[in-house]
Design a protein around this ligand. Structure first.
Ligand code: NDP
Ligand code: GDP
Length: 333
């Protein structure tokens, strides 16, 4: 039985990846940090909480990481833990750097010093392309990070490559474009929209958003975790862009959600009104960022060819999935 450690087990991707690995017969060790909140709702909704062995691990604590890897002796290590919210990284750049950069160094040092056979996956991101220098973005496109989050992820991306080249370790970085799902954190624009529009429909509470002009290449997390696993099953380690190759304006994502909810609406600039002229979405300047990533679109031909990976979901099935889940959750609020 293969053993895998997943950091970020309580996050969106951690849940989906754990479910995938369990279905393939892995023993899954879910690494969690201490937290007082309602943290297992995703694993609960995915129906896998009782199948995962939870282990305590904070990425900012090197001795803790070493002890867990010593005890588990994993075949594969998926590093999904991060301060993953771009907006917060402007307000908390130190903790973002500590976890997203030095946290990765802490893991790689343990693998290099004591566990060279462990295959390592690093969660890199399309945010590294930032103010893009080429369209679409592929593995060779130059990075131009636009936030402390993206700067920290550039460091860990290159560190993963450097440890592969310096010490012959099996390290892969997946440069994943935005991927969403019903399990997405409520602070991200897609989930904030699906949850917020359901709430507006039920209560009339106006949804407040920031800049709706940017474009994202949105996929479904369920498809993307499969690519992570495939990377670690190859003969040689490598880095891959994982994306759909289609990009959508935030306004169009909102429109698709409102259509799914059968709500007649009208955009007036950045704001959205119902057929009686009442607000559905209002602009709040506090959700604008000091620097923005305007448009992302990925080229995943390398992954299509080498990994034989292709996304199964479309943006339409993603929207439907998210709206249905938020409508269902609202019933039990
Ligand atoms: P989430 O924000 O849903 O999950 C992040 C996870 O990291 C949570 O489990 C969180 O724990 C954990 N974590 C945060 N800080 C620490 C720490 N100091 N020690 C241990 N664990 C910690 O992210 P996603 O699942 O969406 O993303 C997974 C990874 O992929 C992240 O690294 C993200 O940056 C990256 N990524 C995501 C993309 C996306 O579109 N989703 C795109 C590209 C990359 P807790 O529950 O306690 O907060
Ligand atoms: P990101 O691509 O990782 O930053 O994912 P987000 O979902 O956080 O943001 C995607 C885009 O939505 C960015 O261009 C944000 O500026 C924009 N956006 C507009 N309003 C909001 C909002 O209220 N919350 C968030 N998170 N993003 C918003």
């Amino acid at each position: 039985m293969k053993k895998a450690i997943i950091t970020g087990i309580t996050g969106q991707d951690g849940g989906y990846l754990a479910k995938l690995l369990l279905s393939k017969g892995y023993k899954v060790y879910g690494a969690q940090r201490r937290n007082t909140g309602k943290r297992y709702w995703r694993l609960d909704e995915l129906g896998i909480l009782d199948q995962i062995e939870l282990v305590d691990m904070d990425l900012s604590e090197p001795y803790n990481i070493e002890k867990v890897i010593d005890e588990v002796q994993p075949d594969e290590f998926y590093n999904l833990a991060a301060q993953s919210f771009v907006d917060l990284s402007f307000k908390q750049p130190q903790i973002t750097t500590l976890v997203n950069s030095l946290g990765v160094l802490n893991i790689l040092e343990v693998i290099k010093n004591k566990h060279q056979k462990v295959k390592f996956y690093q969660a890199s991101t399309s945010e590294m392309y930032g103010k893009v220098t080429e369209t679409p973005q592929k593995e060779t496109t130059r990075f131009y990070p636009r936030s402390p989050y993206a700067c920290a992820k550039v460091y860990s991306h290159y560190l993963s490559i450097n440890y592969r080249e310096s010490y012959n370790l099996f390290t892969c970085s997946g440069i994943l474009f935005n991927h969403e799902s019903p399990m997405r954190g409520e602070e991200f624009v897609t989930r904030k929209t699906t949850k917020g529009l359901v709430e507006w429909l039920k209560t009339g509470k106006i949804l407040e958003l920031g800049n709706l002009e940017s474009y994202r290449d949105w996929g479904h997390a369920e498809d993307y975790v499969e690519a992570m696993w495939l990377m670690l099953q190859q003969d040689k380690p490598n880095d891959y862009v994982i994306s759909t190759g289609k990009t959508t304006k935030i306004k169009d994502f909102i429109k698709k959600c409102l259509d799914e909810l059968n709500v007649k609406h009208e955009f007036r600039g950045q704001e959205v009104f119902d057929e009686n002229g009442n607000y559905i979405i209002k602009t709040n300047p506090k959700f604008f960022r000091p620097t923005e990533v305007d448009a992302l679109i990925g080229d995943s031909n390398k992954a299509f060819k080498d990994l034989n990976w292709k996304p199964k979901h479309t943006l339409e099935t993603l929207v439907k999935d998210m709206i249905i889940a938020d409508l269902e959750r609202y019933k039990y609020k």
